[in-house]
Design a protein around this ligand. Structure first.
Ligand SMILES: *Cc1c(COP(=O)(O)O)cnc(C)c1O
Ligand SMILES: [Zn+2]
Length: 413
């Protein structure tokens, strides 16, 4: 890979050749992929992009750690819509708001960006089997992307994973191990199994290429905004790989001169599980927390990408905000009603955090903000129904309808 220099440990700085099955540093630190920006600048311009018809995450190949000869994985990942959300902006009291709906990816979450990268790298590594542990979305996403490309998958999920995600896993033909315990237990078992059988590892905290896939969300946001940098980007945080990827994409664009400044990140976590935000707020090392939130995708008590995530939040002079489950569900409803976007609880936690910061007067009134919806609401319908209520249920006749409207004070024009 002419454009990639090496993988560098974020803890000790040691560098490693960027082989396809690169994992962590001998010191235990996570690696960061380092690029030759001078070379990339010489072959990649905004004009190149303008003429490119590939509307998937692979339109940014010059900034992705794959060989020229590696085929694009088959599922159409990326280029999700960036909606201008004027009604919601008005309600929140900010000048401009955009909603990036990454729940519209093929398996309905931002995780597809990492899973497509895993498939590309597994192909380069000559692997037949890919494995991961996940709170749910990384799992269903890996299973789908791998199935499309002809890989076998072994997947470890905590037993609390919602039905929608498990249904995806079973449909995509993964071998699914539902672990009776926390996400921490799930992760450890997957690690032991991967060591034992030598499968290709799609654990984002171990495989440094995965956040490179996730960074394409930042590349897209900036291209969709015609390279006009927003003041803030709000996103939900669990393991921390997503926010780290987001930041990496922004820094890449800055390094090659596509953007002239960097936005501040808003790191949103669930109040019942916020080890990373707590570390920032208290300016202390992070400590494990319990996993007390219905936002299952970010119920991560022991974050696996803490170093990269904390660095991203600090470097961006970011804001941290913790939201209760009620605030998360209120944001789900609000996004649904003002934008027509249905996010899963963890998917809308960034928006919930933004709303809270706006209410606390912490976001300037003239700010431009992007809120990333990271996963689709159809993955977890039980919580949505519980919060938004049941429909009007009546027999199929007009009298019953008129009576029901009457009872509920619904006046039809
Ligand atoms: C995984 C996930 C996140 C958080 O990503 P991390 O890399 O774990 O921080 C947020 N929202 C959804 C829907 C996810 O699936
Ligand atoms: Zn190291």
């Amino acid at each position: 890979m002419r454009h990639v220099k090496y993988g560098r440990c974020v803890k000790c700085g040691k560098t490693y050749e960027a082989v396809p099955d690169l994992t962590t540093c001998a010191c235990g630190g996570i690696l960061d992929i380092v690029y030759d920006y001078d070379y990339i600048k010489s072959v990649f311009t905004k004009e190149t992009l303008k003429n490119r018809q590939n509307f998937t995450m692979w339109r940014y190949r010059e900034l992705l750690p794959v060989e020229d000869t590696t085929p694009d994985p088959p599922l159409r990942v990326g280029w999700s819509p960036l909606y201008r959300a004027d009604r919601l902006a008005e309600q929140l009291g900010i000048a401009r708001l955009y909603v990036k709906d990454d729940g519209l990816n093929p398996t309905a979450s931002l995780k597809d960006r990492a899973s497509a990268m895993a498939v590309a790298k597994a192909w380069e590594a000559g692997a037949k089997v890919i494995a991961c542990s996940s709170t749910g979305n990384a799992a269903s996403s890996l299973a789908g992307n791998a199935a499309a490309a002809g890989f076998q998958t072994y997947i470890f999920v905590p037993s609390r994973a919602p039905k929608g995600k498990v249904a995806q896993l079973m449909t995509f033909g993964a071998t699914v191990i539902s672990v009776q315990g926390s996400y921490e237990d799930t992760f450890e078992l997957s690690k032991a199994a991967i060591d034992r059988w030598g499968w290709y590892n799609r654990n984002a905290a171990i495989n440094p290429y995965l956040s490179e896939g996730k960074k394409t969300v930042a590349l897209e946001i900036m291209e969709q905004l015609n390279w006009e940098v927003p003041d803030y980007i709000a996103i939900s945080v669990g393991d921390g790989c997503t926010i780290a990827g987001l930041w990496k994409g922004l820094k890449d664009l800055y390094a090659i001169g596509f953007i002239d400044r960097l936005p501040r990140l808003i790191s949103a976590q669930a109040a019942g599980c916020c080890p990373l935000n707590r570390a920032i707020a208290e300016n202390k090392p992070w400590h494990p927390m319990e996993e007390n939130t219905l936002a299952d995708s970010i119920a991560v008590g022991v974050p696996r990408n803490a170093d990269k995530a904390l660095m991203a939040i600090r470097e961006s002079n970011g804001l941290v905000v913790n939201v209760t489950d009620e605030e998360i569900m209120a944001a789900q409803k609000l996004l649904g009603r003002t934008c027509g976007v249905f996010g899963e609880p963890a998917g809308v936690t960034g928006a919930a955090g933004l709303k809270k910061l706006c209410e606390e007067g912490k976001i300037e009134k003239d700010a431009t903000v992007v809120s990333v919806v990271t996963g689709n609401g159809l993955k977890d319908v039980a919580n949505a129904i519980a919060f938004c209520g049941e429909p009007i249920s009546i027999p199929g006749d007009m009298d019953a309808l008129l009576e029901a409207f009457d009872q509920r004070n619904i006046h039809v024009e």
